[in-house]
Design a protein around this ligand. Structure first.
Ligand SMILES: NC(=O)c1ccc[n+]([C@@H]2O[C@H](COP(=O)([O-])OP(=O)(O)OC[C@H]3O[C@@H](n4cnc5c(N)ncnc54)[C@H](OP(=O)(O)O)[C@@H]3O)[C@@H](O)[C@H]2O)c1
Length: 368
C-alpha cells in the first residue's frame, strides 16, 4: 500500500516555469489551490517580463513578478518547479536548466520529459540522477500522454487479466484548431515536405522516439515484461489538398499527419505498441472517426478502453479539457514528488489522488 501524502502543514512553495497554454493552466491551479503557494515565475517571452503572475493568469495580484533569469529562480526558496516550456530540439535541450534547478535543491515536475529516463538510456538516467543527488531533489515527468495512458491506465487494466498477449495504446489528436504556429509547424512538423522528414534519424523522429520510448519502457517495467528492444515504425500522411488550419495553411503534398509509433519487443514479437497520431483535421484518410485515446489489451480476457475528455462548459473560459487534465496531473503530483527520496521519481500506477470537490453546474444538478 502506498503511503498517502498528507495535507501539508504549510503550503508547498511552487515555481511556475513558462506560461503557455499548459503553463498558464498550471499557474492558475497553483494560485487557486489552498495547499500551494506561488513563490516564483519564469517566462520566456519578453512581453511578459516583470508582469505580476496574477495579471498573466487573469487572477488578483500575487506579488510574484515574472523573470527570465534562471539565476533569480535558483536563488528562491522553493519546494518544486513546474517545468512547462515549449519542447525544443534536441529533446535534451532543457536538461541543463533542469539539472541546475535540481542541484539548487528544487524538486522538478516536467510535462515534456523525465517520465522514465531509463528507457532512453541507462547513462542518461544516471546523469539526471547525479544532479538529483547533488541537490537532494527529485525529478519526475507527468501528463496525460506520456504520463497516464500507457504507464497508468493500461497498467491498471492489465490487473484483470489471467494471460496477456499484447497491449496497444493509440492517441489521435486533431491539431486543426491549435493556435501556435511555432508548435504546429516547427515542433510537430506539420506542413513539411516529406523529403525533409527522416523518419529514422531526423530531429522529429529522434525527439518523439525518445519521448514515447518512455511510455513503452515504463509500462513494460511496471508489468515485468522483459523487453529485448523497442523499435520504431513512424509514418506520415500527406495533405490531399491545401488545408486551412488555425495556425496557418498546410500545403497539398506536405505533412498533414504524423504517426509516431513504437513497439516493445519480447520473444521476437510486438507485445506493446504505442501509437501517437497528430492530424490536421478529420478529413484525412483513416482519421474520419476516432476516439482520442484507445487502449486495447488482448489475452484472457481481452479488454478495450475508449476515452475522450469532456470539454468544460464554463462561460467565457478558453481552457481546454486537455489543459485542465495536464494541470490536474501536475498539481496532484506535487506531494508525491516533494515526499520522494532524492532521485528519479516514478508514480505508482494508481496513486492516492486527491482532486478537490466542487458543486455540480446548475445543468448537471437538475439531472441528478
Ligand atoms: N505530457 C502531456 O500529456 C502533454 C500534453 C500536452 C502538452 N505537453 C507539452 O507541453 C508543452 C507546452 O505546451 P503548451 O500548449 O503550453 O505550449 P504553448 O502554448 O506554445 O506555450 C509554451 C510556452 O513555452 C515558452 N516558450 C516559448 N518559446 C520557448 C523557447 N524557445 N524556449 C523555452 N520556452 C519557450 C513560452 O512561455 P512564456 O509564454 O511564459 O514566455 C510559451 O508560452 C509542449 O511542448 C508539449 O510537449 C505535454
Amino acid at each position: 500500500m502506498n503511503k498517502r501524502p498528507e495535507a501539508p502543514e504549510k503550503p508547498y512553495r511552487v515555481v511556475q516555469w513558462a506560461t503557455g497554454a499548459m503553463g498558464k493552466t498550471c499557474l492558475r491551479a497553483v494560485i487557486d489551490h489552498p495547499d500551494l503557494e506561488l513563490v516564483g515565475l519564469y517566462v520566456h517571452s519578453d512581453r511578459k517580463l516583470g508582469l505580476d503572475a496574477g495579471t498573466i493568469a487573469r487572477r488578483a495580484a500575487t506579488g510574484v513578478l515574472a523573470t527570465n533569469s534562471l539565476e533569480d529562480i535558483l536563488a528562491l526558496e522553493a519546494d518544486v518547479v513546474l517545468h512547462c516550456p515549449l519542447l525544443q530540439f534536441p529533446y535534451e535541450a532543457h536538461d541543463r536548466e533542469v539539472c541546475r534547478l535540481l542541484e539548487s535543491g528544487k524538486n522538478v515536475i516536467s510535462i515534456n520529459n523525465y517520465f522514465h529516463p531509463r528507457s532512453i538510456s541507462a547513462a542518461y538516467a544516471t546523469e539526471l540522477e547525479a544532479s538529483c543527488h547533488r541537490g537532494g531533489a527529485s525529478l519526475a515527468g507527468t501528463g496525460i500522454n506520456p504520463g497516464l495512458i500507457a504507464e497508468r491506465f493500461a497498467a491498471v487494466a492489465s490487473g484483470l487479466m489471467l494471460e496477456l498477449e499484447s497491449i496497444r495504446c493509440r492517441e489521435v489528436y486533431d491539431c486543426l484548431e491549435m493556435p501556435n504556429a511555432n508548435y504546429v509547424f516547427d515542433v510537430l512538423g506539420m506542413g513539411l515536405p516529406p523529403e525533409q522528414v527522416d523518419l529514422v534519424n531526423g530531429p522529429l523522429a529522434t525527439m518523439f522516439t525518445a519521448m514515447y520510448r518512455q511510455c513503452v519502457g515504463g509500462l513494460a517495467e511496471r508489468l515485468e515484461i522483459p523487453l529485448t528492444g523497442i523499435e520504431s515504425d513512424h509514418q506520415l500522411v500527406l495533405a490531399p489538398r491545401d488545408i486551412a488550419a488555425r495556425a496557418g495553411t498546410v500545403r497539398e503534398g506536405t505533412v498533414a499527419a504524423t504517426n509516431w509509433q513504437l513497439h516493445g519487443i519480447c520473444d521476437g514479437r510486438r507485445v506493446i505498441t504505442h501509437s501517437v497520431n497528430w492530424i490536421m483535421g478529420r478529413e484525412l484518410p483513416g482519421y474520419e472517426d476516432f476516439t482520442h485515446w484507445e487502449i486495447a489489451l488482448r489475452g484472457k480476457p481481452g479488454l478495450d478502453i475508449r476515452m475522450d475528455l469532456v470539454e468544460p462548459d464554463e462561460d467565457g473560459v478558453k481552457t481546454t479539457a486537455a489543459q485542465y487534465g495536464v494541470a490536474g496531473m501536475v498539481t496532484q503530483a506535487i506531494p508525491h514528488v516533494v515526499a520522494a527520496a532524492p532521485g528519479l521519481c516514478e508514480f505508482p500506477a494508481a496513486p492516492h489522488y486527491r482532486p478537490r470537490l466542487r458543486e455540480p453546474t446548475p445543468d448537471r444538478k437538475q439531472q441528478q
